[in-house]
Design a protein around this ligand. Sequence first.
Ligand code: CA
Length: 229
Amino acid sequence: MRLLLVEDDPMVGESVRKALRLEGFTVDWARDGREAELAVDDAAPYDLVLLDLGLPRRGGLELLRDWRARGRGVPILITTARDAVADRVAGLNAGADDYLVKPYDLDELLARIHALLRRRAGRIEPVLRHGPLQLNPLTREVTLRGEPVALSPREFALLQALLDRPGAVLSVAQLQARIYGWDDEVGSNTVEVYIHALRRKLGSGAVRNVRGVGYMIGAFDEPAAGAGE
Ligand code: CA
């Protein structure tokens, strides 16, 4: 999952980015309104935007209204020190999905982010299921036929991207955008390397390649034949 953090306060931004990364999110940090505007206009598809309102160069509320007017449907969670009811109402009416007043507890921020991401994907429960495969974004646990599977953070992010849209074929560029942020160096064919690792750990049919298009989550309908792989 890739998030855009829009925050001009360096201390707040640093601590939130750290917490989000620990939670396994790919995070881009825009430090003013103009940078945020460019980031959302860029091809990088964000799963969620954390938006501060008081920002240099362009205010958060103005950005929000502008994005919604231009059909940007990305979930937006306002995080701001403005706690007046009128501010909250204005933010939500401008198209925000949720509103959290600073200072907030990081656990509450994470819980709200997960709730918004579930709603966006049309899910009512946290765990992503696909046949015998389960992925829990809250505990970051993956199980296959009830057995835990240990994945690296990027393998987890890739699997989550595939499970989030079962049936959809995601291009290498789309998968890359899910697992790498602005500050990350991207080597060539790294997505393929992680796909290979997922197949090794989950079974060769776990990720399907659609030639010339990309990848999708595979079928797991074969029952486990005996113990082990
Ligand atoms: Ca601010």
